[in-house]
Design a protein around this ligand. Structure first.
Ligand SMILES: CC(C)(COP(=O)(O)OP(=O)(O)OC[C@H]1O[C@@H](n2cnc3c(N)ncnc32)[C@H](O)[C@@H]1OP(=O)(O)O)[C@@H](O)C(=O)NCCC(=O)NCCS
Length: 313
């Protein structure tokens, strides 16, 4: 029988979790500050989550997939002889810039025992088909380094963004008071953001970043601190979200209307982050933004990444 691709439902959760967990050869638990090998069954839902995200347990995976479905996005599964052997998550949304109306592949996992049989390619082809139905200009992905050749063979080979992942040391940044700015609510819809320039985290599309910054997973709710809003006078929107298990470090989501406002916006955002006790702020931006606007702040570079795309029109 051939490979069947369809939209996932909550009945598929066990198969999706099995496919994702197939990559994990050993499970670990922290006991007395040390990591010790453990059985999957002996880990709590939170311990599993911390080893690989929401796909590691049925409890968290169901919430995650439900979030995507309720927001009209595309968790796709691949079946071989009725068995779930892979999953791909796909977001469709419009933005300013090179990607335009873009279908974004956010997650792709093929069960370890079923790789190199065309499953991954079949999932990517289905994603391209959906993108065409939505009249997308591009399909894009932030590939793992090991998967770049796979995506090239699937036709996603054109670099869209070359990204620098930098961490700003806020303790060494001087910020001015922000009293003169009006902070409005972060948008409930992506509409106003699609007219703006999305700067970070540029490993996502503007739409995927907006949606992800709004989705709650039960595990993260109590652990993540999130500060969000729009600076009216600078026509820019931000989300500052602490990293998993480290409330002193955060990632920044940022949309601006005008590039010349970036330094003023960063001054406001850095000040807010410091106020809530954040010492390190991570930005993932295209290299020209890094070079022209970010490099001047005290920082260290953590990684370099690439976004690949395929034009559909
Ligand atoms: C990357 C991954 C999705 C590929 O899935 P797959 O089902 O094994 O890939 P396919 O069998 O559909 O391969 C499609 C093409 O890519 C090639 N390919 C697949 N994996 C490759 C790899 N790791 N390196 C080089 N080429 C690869 C195949 O040879 C095939 O080439 P062809 O079309 O010229 O014959 C799978 O290995 C996986 O789940 N890896 C772990 C998670 C991961 O890295 N996901 C991507 C995150 S962005």
């Amino acid at each position: 029988m051939g490979i069947e691709i369809r939209l996932a439902s909550l009945d598929d959760i066990k198969g999706i979790v099995d496919a994702h967990c197939s990559s994990v050869s050993k499970w670990f638990k922290r006991v007395g500050g040390k990591e010790v090998e453990a059985k999957y069954e002996d880990l709590t839902v939170i311990e599993r989550f911390s080893l690989g995200g929401p796909w590691m347990s049925a409890e968290t995976c169901a919430i995650h997939i439900n979030n995507l479905l309720l927001n009209g996005q595309y968790p796709l599964i691949a079946l071989l002889n009725g068995k779930i052997v892979g999953e791909l998550e796909f977001y469709v949304g419009e933005e300013k810039g090179i990607l335009g109306n873009c279908g974004f592949i956010d997650v792709l996992e093929v069960h370890k025992s079923f790789r190199r049989r065309g499953v991954g390619k079949a999932l990517v082809n289905k994603a391209k088909e959906i993108a065409k139905e939505h009249e997308c200009d591009t399909v894009a992905v932030w590939p793992d380094k090991e998967a770049i050749e796979f995506y090239r063979r699937c036709g996603l080979s054109e670099p869209a963004y070359s990204i620098t992942h930098a961490e700003i040391d806020l303790n060494r940044v001087k910020t001015k008071v922000r009293e003169r700015y009006t902070i409005n609510k972060f948008p409930e819809s992506h509409e106003p953001l699609k007219e703006m320039n999305f700067l970070t985290p540029r490993i996502l599309t503007s739409f995927a970043a907006w949606l992800k910054s709004r989705l709650e997973t039960v595990v993260e709710r109590d652990r993540l601190l999130s500060v969000r809003g729009c600076v009216k006078e600078l026509q820019s929107c931000y989300v500052i979200e602490t990293l998993w298990n480290d409330k002193e470090a955060a990632k920044l989501y940022l949309w601006v209307h005008k590039f010349r406002e970036v330094s003023s916006v960063l001054n406001v955002v850095f000040g807010m982050a410091k106020e809530v006790g954040i010492a390190k702020l991570q930005l993932l931006m295209n290299e020209d933004i890094y070079r022209d606007l970010i490099m001047k702040y005290p920082h260290k570079v953590l990684h370099h990444e690439v976004i690949l795309m395929k034009e559909l029109k």
